[in-house]
Design a protein. Structure first.
Length: 201
C-alpha cells in the first residue's frame, strides 16, 4: 500500500496510558478540502500503526491518530466602512482571510482567540470587531467516530486533529454571513458573521 503523509507531529499526554501520541494526515491534494489536510483511511492508518509498531522499542506504547480536522466557528458582529465596500464584499474578504489563516497554521499548532479576531480586523475597510465575538471548536473523537459538542475558545487551545477547517461534517461552511442595517438587527440574526455598516453607529 502506498500513501503520502504530508504532516506528522508528536506530543506527550499525561492523561493517556501511552508514552506518546503521534498525529498524521495527508495533504489537501489527496482528496481533502482545498487548503486543508485529510485523514488517513482506516486501512492506511492500520498499515501505518503496524509500521510504527515494527519501529518501536519493546514496551513502548505509541498512539497513532489521524482524524478529520477540528471544526471552527466564529460568531461575531463586524463593522465595515460602507463608504468603500458593501456588506457582501466585506463578507467575502473576511471569509477569505479566515480560510487563509487556518491554511497557514503549522500542523499541530495552537489556535489563539486573539489571532482570529486580528485576522478579521486586518481586512481592508473593516473598522472593528464587536467585543462579544465568540469562537468555538468541535473536535473528532476516534472512539465514537463522530464530532463532539462545541467547546468555547477563550484564549488558546491545541488542535486535536493537527489542523482546522471552516467546514462541518456535512461539508457545509461554518462561515455563514449576512448583511445587517444595524447592531440590533445583527443581534437577532442566527447567522455566524453579521456585517454592519459603520455609518449605522
Amino acid at each position: 500500500m502506498t500513501m503520502l503523509i504530508a504532516h506528522a507531529a508528536y506530543q506527550y499526554d499525561d492523561a493517556s496510558d501511552c508514552d506518546m501520541i503521534l498525529k498524521v494526515c495527508k495533504g489537501s491534494g489527496n482528496g481533502g478540502e482545498e487548503g486543508y489536510g485529510t485523514p488517513l483511511t482506516n486501512e492506511e492508518l492500520t498499515a501505518f500503526k503496524h509500521y510504527i509498531d515494527d519501529m518501536t522499542f519493546v514496551g513502548s506504547k505509541i498512539k497513532c491518530i489521524s482524524c478529520p480536522g477540528d471544526i471552527l466557528y466564529v460568531n461575531s458582529i463586524v463593522y465595515y466602512d460602507d463608504n468603500y465596500i458593501t456588506a457582501d464584499q466585506a463578507a467575502s474578504n473576511v471569509k477569505a482571510a479566515l480560510v487563509k489563516y487556518v491554511e497557514n497554521l503549522d500542523y499541530n499548532s495552537y489556535i489563539y482567540y486573539q489571532a482570529i479576531v486580528d485576522a478579521i480586523q486586518a481586512v481592508d475597510n473593516i473598522k472593528f470587531v464587536d467585543s462579544e465575538t465568540s469562537i468555538s471548536v468541535r473536535q473528532y473523537n476516534p472512539e465514537t467516530q463522530s464530532y463532539g459538542e462545541k467547546q468555547n475558545v477563550r484564549d488558546i487551545f491545541r488542535l486535536y486533529a493537527g489542523y482546522a477547517k471552516f467546514m462541518d461534517e456535512d461539508d457545509r461552511s461554518t462561515l455563514t454571513t449576512v448583511g445587517c442595517s444595524n447592531k440590533m438587527e445583527a443581534l437577532a440574526s442566527t447567522f455566524n458573521l453579521k456585517f454592519v455598516p459603520q455609518s449605522s453607529i
